[in-house]
Ligand binder design. Structure first.
Ligand SMILES: NC(=O)c1ccc[n+]([C@@H]2O[C@H](COP(=O)([O-])OP(=O)(O)OC[C@H]3O[C@@H](n4cnc5c(N)ncnc54)[C@H](O)[C@@H]3O)[C@@H](O)[C@H]2O)c1
Length: 411
């Protein structure tokens, strides 16, 4: 095996990509790399450009229930034009000083999420710096003052440093970017779907951020918090990788570096129903939620031996709690800000399993997932009936993605 590259990661037996990267043959004095990558064939419009050994994109949705087991090494798609920027970043020395997280959109959800992240010591969250941005300058200043006033009496723990940032600064400096901005959330009393109506206005805000990310050659994580989460995640990948005619360019954000954060609150709402029945501990250990941050979400009490009437009650709670809060005269944002983001981001950054919407089978789909460079679904044993429900939901979302013009057709 011939290795190329002197950094933390090296390519195996691919002189052509090594030449694009200007990576020479690995010198003996460099020792073994942490990561050895081998080229893989696949469709860069529908699968991760770089994948860890435990994730095999060719399995499609099956990756949710079976371990890869085939590969000993990391893999990448040499046919993705933009993959070289990411390989370069992957090979760079690991930063030891903690994460810089950027958050755009300091409204109800973004504000609560930023509060949670700013209140947890760096030693626990891994976050050393929080860059905050809002289109409303006074609101941004207000949050810099508020978050900057979080302190512990004589506490020795270091809290993240909070700084204001322009969009350009966000993408030049941060390792993980949270998109929590919205044009407008439908007001109380709105009937019907409160998420999908935000798609076009929020996609247009998102486009501005994608352009800034591209201009800064951003290779960090791009995490979508705003609604409709899965479709905006899909749009982030699609819009940053399309030319004006909608053709794939592959120079934008790698799909595995995009993820949606919205399934956490759905699971929190399901667990609230389990708690009422005195079953929270066991459900928290054995159950999970799958699918989108919408009324299509599915929650299960036990992935291997489900009690379907109970799972249905959990699913109903996940789907309806949002409307119950609205009926009481308030837009929900505390559960979302904390369960989807504030309590989810630190374990995600630490490489532990979380709930996130990740690219699987060509679309972004909520599932247990883990970050290993990109964010990928983690496999779980699931009963046959649960598998049937997850597959049918995935299929219906795929056809929705097609009708929204968001999915590139299979080659
Ligand atoms: N992920 C979840 O779990 C979850 C749960 C509930 C709601 N949401 C969604 O989160 C989003 C935010 O909701 P909210 O209640 O905080 O909204 P909000 O209206 O309270 O706040 C939106 C913020 O975005 C800012 N903004 C608007 N355009 C901007 C731009 N171009 N650049 C920077 N900032 C901009 C506004 O100034 C405002 O501060 C919505 O899409 C909502 O549906 C997500």
């Amino acid at each position: 095996m011939k290795l190329f590259g002197q950094g933390r990661a090296a390519l195996a037996d691919d002189p052509a990509t090594a030449e694009r990267l200007e990576w020479g043959a690995r010198r003996r004095s460099r020792g073994d790399p942490d990561i050895i990558l081998e080229p893989r064939s696949g469709d860069p419009r529908r699968e991760p450009w770089i994948a860890p050994p435990w994730f095999d994109p060719a399995r499609g949705l099956d990756a949710l229930r079976r371990r890869s087991g085939r590969r000993a090494r990391w893999s990448y798609l040499p046919t993705a034009p933009g993959v070289v920027r990411y390989l370069d970043r992957l090979a760079a020395p690991r930063q030891q000083t903690g994460w810089c997280v950027g958050i755009a959109g300091l409204g109800r959800v973004g504000g609560v999420a930023a509060t949670a992240l700013a209140a947890v010591p760096t030693g626990r969250s891994g976050i050393r710096e929080l860059l905050v941005h809002d289109a409303d300058a006074a609101n941004q200043e207000r949050w810099v003052l508020e978050l900057g006033s979080i302190a512990q009496w004589r506490g020795r723990d270091m809290l993240p440093v909070v700084r204001p940032a322009t969009t350009g600064q966000l993408f030049e400096r941060c390792d993980a970017f949270l998109f929590a901005a919205t044009d407008s959330v439908p007001p109380l009393g709105s009937r019907g779907d409160v998420r999908m109506v935000q798609f076009e206005p929020n996609r247009s805000i998102l486009r501005g951020f994608l352009a800034d990310a591209r201009a800064a050659d951003y290779t960090g994580l791009f995490l979508v918090v705003s609604d409709p989460i899965e479709w905006l995640a899909q749009a982030a990948f699609r819009d940053s990788n399309s030319d004006r005619a909608g053709r794939f360019t592959g120079h934008g954000i790698a799909p595995e570096r995009v993820a949606g954060l919205g399934l956490g609150v759905m699971w929190g709402r399901a667990l609230a129903a389990a708690r009422q029945e005195g079953l929270k501990e066991v459900v928290a250990r054995r159950g999970a939620a799958y699918g989108p941050h919408s009324t299509d979400v599915l929650a299960f009490d036990d992935l291997e031996n489900p009690d379907f009437p109970l799972s249905r009650r959990l699913t109903r709670s996940a789907r309806e709690c949002n409307f119950k809060v609205r009926d009481l005269g308030h837009v929900p944002y505390v559960g979302p800000g904390l369960s989807s983001v504030g309590l989810m981001l630190p374990p995600l950054l630490a490489g532990r399993e979380v709930l996130a919407s990740v690219l699987v089978g060509g679309i972004y789909f909520g599932a247990p997932a883990r970050m290993a460079w990109g964010v990928h679904p983690t496999p779980h044993r699931v009963s046959g009936e649960i598998w049937a429900a997850i597959s049918s939901l995935h299929e219906s979302l795929q056809s929705q993605a097609r009708s929204l013009g968001l999915e590139w057709p299979a080659l």
